[in-house]
Ligand binder design. Structure first.
Ligand code: 13P
Length: 236
């Protein structure tokens, strides 16, 4: 069964997020879809959404604290207000743009793990590492597991090569197969692929061995397209 996730990044408003979630929820109910669906809205669009059990709303980021003086961040108290229990950790945009170190990420992971959150944990290499070959790529990726408890049962992994994110350049099926099988060999958790997944390639990607679903940015932001992507992968 596929896991299909939409990362809104810095897109959508409160109104359009609500509409998006309601429409997706209705589609899942009306069509008795069993796929696990995850939506990560912006922090300002979070709310107490009522959804079917296989649709989870999560936060894209939060500080690893109950509350406190962390200007610009949200933390557990704000998440609890909406009874959310899902978080995205380690996204390359957090690592690269916001300079989150592996140590910061591991600390955040530990905090939300101890609270039983479902964690979607992202890993992925930049182009200059990919260009050095598979061995170096895997070395780089496995360094992103330092300090991370990979035996945590509520963990979903997402392999997102940085050079494929928002670029329109999807990794080849061969690239995906190699990296996914190497990760799966060591860590037996559901493993999503992300990076320029779109309507035209989602089914093919989700059919690759050791791919358990997709984490989609750009191509998922129109709700009808997101629903069509769930539809295309519902029987996998
Ligand atoms: P794109 O689908 O826009 O390439 O983004 C992927 C991603 O970063 C999802 O987290």
């Amino acid at each position: 069964m596929s896991i299909i996730a939409s990362n809104f990044k810095t897109n959508h408003t409160r109104a359009t997020t609500k509409e998006f979630i309601e429409k997706t929820n209705n589609y899942l109910i009306e069509n008795k879809i069993k796929s696990e669906v995850l939506i990560f809205p912006t922090a300002t669009s979070l709310d107490s959404f009522s959804t079917v059990s296989n649709l989870d709303i999560g936060v894209q980021n939060a500080y690893g604290a109950i509350k406190g003086s962390y200007t610009g961040e949200i933390a557990l108290e704000q998440i609890n207000e909406f009874a959310l229990k899902t978080i995205l950790i380690g996204h390359s945009e957090r690592r690269e743009i916001f300079k989150e170190s592996q140590k910061d990420i591991a600390k955040k992971f530990e905090f939300y793990k101890n609270l039983g959150f479902k964690i979607v944990y992202c890993i992925g290499e930049p182009l200059e590492i990919k260009d050095q070959g598979l061995e170096k790529t895997l070395e780089y990726i496995f360094e992103q597991f330092i300090g991370i408890d990979t035996s945590y049962p509520n963990l979903i992994l997402a392999y997102e090569p940085i050079w494929a994110i928002g670029t329109g350049v999807t990794a080849t099926n061969e690239d995906i197969k190699e990296v996914h099988s190497a990760i799966k060999n060591k860590i037996n958790r559901p493993l999503l692929y992300g990076g320029s997944v779109k309507l035209e390639n989602i089914k093919e990607i989700c059919e690759i061995e050791n791919v358990d679903g997709a984490l989609i940015g750009t191509a998922s932001w129109k709700v009808d397209d997101f629903i069509e992507m769930i539809e295309k992968t519902k029987d996998l």
